[in-house]
Design a binder for this molecule. Sequence first.
Ligand SMILES: [Zn+2]
Length: 267
Amino acid sequence: MKLTLLGTGNAMATRCYNTCFALRSGAACFLVDAGGGNGVLRQLELAQLPAESIEGMFITHGHTDHILGAVWIVRKMAELMKKGVYVGEFVIRCHQEAAEMLNTFCKMTLAPAQLRFVGSGIRIQPIAEGDEFETLGMRIRVFDILSTKAKQFGFSAMLPGGKQLTCLGDEPYNPAADARAEGSDWLLSEAFCLHADRERFHPYEKHHSTARDAGRMAEALGVKNLVLYHTEDKTLATRRERYAAEAKEAFSGRVFVPDDLETIELE
Ligand SMILES: [Zn+2]
């Protein structure tokens, strides 16, 4: 199993794409979020992930930088289905509110020739906290991250080799959430900026955290590998080195601060 980051930026990032990623097994992949628009199609092309290879999709929440790209995925899938290139059903899983939003966006923005596949080939499937499903040989369990901004789901995936990967979405870990993140082999966490840059980027006002916070949280959870994403885009040249160094001040595991289109082997 591999993880390819299609985007690593926060909502207003313009120098990298909004945070979204693909979990990959062989030639197939599972998409998590889609960023804010048509750029997701470019990122998939650059990552050499043809849309035909996407087995399914999960959307964490209904904010612009995560859900609007999903309209483009629906449009792309509809076109592939029309041509007979995509075979089988394409399922997009998300919580009820996000499902209603995506349905509405599709109805308002897609042409009838595309829209006719929504509900007939493309299924927008509402899921509830604690629901589980299988994809790419992984067992995925979703949980409510208990956001105070907008309802958001994260998930824990049991990988085929028995390792656990937990995605916390785009907000700091909430100990009250039923995340079961303790001891995760892989933890995907937002880090809006460096603690050293908090006066410049104001992470806490936006309910986000810093690389140092993420490192402390990962250490407390006994995590083995920490992946940081959903960052500001003003320090990309030094992001990998400086974010990792700050997270490692408190964290004894491995830290990854990937760039867009980077692939990490989930060993
Ligand atoms: Zn976001």
